[in-house]
Design a protein around this ligand. Structure first.
Ligand code: SF4
Length: 79
C-alpha cells in the first residue's frame, strides 16, 4: 500500500498542491495546505497528515509532491 504524507510544519502556503491536485489538497484558513480526508497526527515537529492511496490516486499526488517547493509532500510505501 502506498500513502501520501504531508509534513505540514514545512508548508509555506504556496498553493501549488491544491492547484494541481484539488481532489486531495486544499488550502486551510490558516494559509497552509491540508490533505483532504487524512489522518492527522501531532509529532515532535508539528502536524503530520497521511492518507492511504489507491493505485489510480498515486499520480495526482505525485504531481502535488513534484510541484511542492518545500518538498513536504511524499508519496511512499506505508511503513
Ligand atoms: S505545494 Fe507544498 S508548500 Fe505549497 S501549499 Fe502545498 S504543501 Fe504547502
Amino acid at each position: 500500500m502506498r500513502i501520501v504524507l504531508h509534513e505540514r510544519w514545512k508548508c509555506i502556503g504556496c498553493g501549488a498542491c491544491a492547484a494541481v491536485a484539488p481532489d486531495f489538497w486544499e488550502m486551510s484558513d490558516d494559509g497552509y495546505a491540508d490533505l483532504k480526508d487524512c489522518e492527522r497526527e501531532e509529532v515532535e515537529e508539528g502536524v503530520k497528515e497521511t492518507r492511504k492511496l489507491k493505485k489510480e490516486e498515486e499520480d495526482e499526488n505525485q504531481n502535488a509532491a513534484d510541484s511542492c517547493p518545500a518538498e513536504c509532500i511524499h508519496v511512499k510505501d506505508e511503513d
